[in-house]
Design a protein around this ligand. Structure first.
Ligand code: HSE
Length: 429
């Protein structure tokens, strides 16, 4: 074993960072044996000094992250502060000063992954980010390395624990969205400002990262179609149950039908109870990867939390440190296919449309005509009368999203349609 230790600058000492520091200290001997050199903290950058940080020696704590990443003795920078700045500037500075980087920053990777990879490559350094997607679940490395010889066609999964918890509560208790969100907040699953989770931004960033790696191209968060769960109602959940389905917030990354592009999307969808993703409960994550030779692979586990996320960070830290010892670097960005990202309109899916209509002769025919005019074939229709009105639930066969949304726009304009109460895509069949 080489004796000069590898020095690690830890940026951020919150829920994840403090776990990274703790595991580095308590497992120091094992980590050294696995890496082939001792791995030691060079410094821990925090926003506010003076707070008690058990397990982190006080002399290592600094508020000057910019200075820490420039230090000559720093081999690896671990960034767990999140957000775009100052994280981006610090990571670029780390590369300029010769360090490799381990990051858990999905928003940054989904926005500026290409620039960060270019900076890593120019510096002859590593950029690893297993913890950016689905916490402890190994996904980035399997896609980047284990499946590097296969052709991935689809990645489909639940990549946000907070929204899965909320939807699961709505499903199991009959609660409405606000009530389930309150419970998620009280239990610490949802943050005080839950926007990033409930509006699908967090899942969209993860989908962009997964799509880029899976299809060897560049996909940013801006390329991902996004709908959150704030409009999902208790009635939607009940309606899903009547169809033998459950509602999940899905991230779906696919090759386009002609194979010349990719699509990435995040939205609530009904999936059959028989689908393995239907049994993913509470705040767990699960991702299916469909590859030509491998078939369907499923990855399941805790997608958030300090300890699970730290596990992924430590795995990357060991990999990067091993590369340092071997004076090598791991795989960099693979974006050679240059497949463009296509908009949602091109996606082929099914719709569940719930309408409040006037209950009189010819209304069903009118509604059916609108579907037919747009080339959308109806699979099932369910109607329930109610004081002169009726509630109508139409489930379609597969059609382009453009045709389905044009159909819904036209339905809204019909006099006999009082309201399009909800539309939801149906997936997983
Ligand atoms: N807030 C995320 C979730 C975890 O609820 O899954 C971090 O990505």
């Amino acid at each position: 074993m080489r004796t000069r230790p590898l020095k690690v600058a830890l940026l951020g000492c919150g829920v994840v960072g403090s776990e990274v520091a703790r595991i580095m200290t308590t497992h120091a001997a094992d980590l050294a044996a696995r890496v082939g050199a001792p791995v030691e903290l060079a410094g821990v950058a925090v926003r506010r000094a003076g707070r008690p940080r058990p397990g982190v020696p006080g002399h290592l704590v600094t508020t000057d992250a910019a200075e820490l990443v420039k230090r000559d003795d720093v081999d690896v920078v671990v960034e767990v502060i999140g957000g775009i700045e100052p994280a981006r500037g610090l990571i670029l500075s780390a590369f300029e000063h010769g360090a490799s980087v381990v990051s858990a920053n999905k928003a940054l990777l989904a926005q500026d992954g290409a620039a960060l990879h270019a900076a890593a490559s120019a510096a002859g350094a590593d950029l690893y980010y297993e913890a950016a997607v689905a916490g402890a679940i190994p996904l980035i490395r399997p896609l980047r390395e284990s499946l590097a010889g296969d052709k991935v066609n689809r990645v489909l999964g639940i990549v946000n624990g907070t929204t899965n918890f909320i939807l699961d509560k709505m499903d199991s208790t009959g609660a409405g969205y606000s009530e389930a969100l309150e419970e998620a907040t009280a239990l610490g699953y949802a943050e005080a400002d839950p926007t990033a989770d409930v509006e699908g931004f967090d899942a969209a960033a993860k989908a962009a990262i997964l799509a880029g790696i899976a299809f060897h191209t560049r996909v940013t968060a801006a390329d991902v179609y996004r709908e959150g769960i704030t409009e999902v109602t208790a009635a939607d959940i009940r309606s899903a149950r009547q169809m033998g389905c459950v509602v999940k917030l899905l991230a779906i990354c696919e090759r386009s039908r002609d194979g010349r592009a990719v699509t990435a999307r995040v939205h609530p969808a009904m999936i059959p109870l028989s689908h393995p993703l239907a049994s993913v409960r509470e705040a767990y994550n699960a991702v299916f990867v469909e590859a030509e030779a491998a078939g369907r692979l499923m990855f399941y586990g805790p997608g958030a939390g300090g300890s699970p996320t730290a596990s992924a960070v430590l795995g990357d830290l060991v990999a990067v440190c091993r590369n340092k010892v071997a004076e090598a670097t791991g795989p960099g960005e693979s974006a050679y296919t240059e497949l463009p990202a296509r908009p949602m309109d091109d996606v082929v899916t099914r719709y569940h449309v719930s309408l409040d209509v006037a209950d009189r002769a010819g209304v069903l025919a009118q509604v059916a005509t609108v579907f037919a005019e747009h080339g959308v074939s109806i699979d099932t229709v369910r109607q329930q009368g109610r004081d002169g009105d009726a509630s109508l639930v139409v489930v379609t066969h597969r059609a382009t999203d453009a045709a389905l949304s044009a159909t819904v726009d036209k339905l809204r304009a019909l006099d006999s349609v009082r309201d399009v109460a909800s539309t939801m895509r149906v997936e997983g069949e």
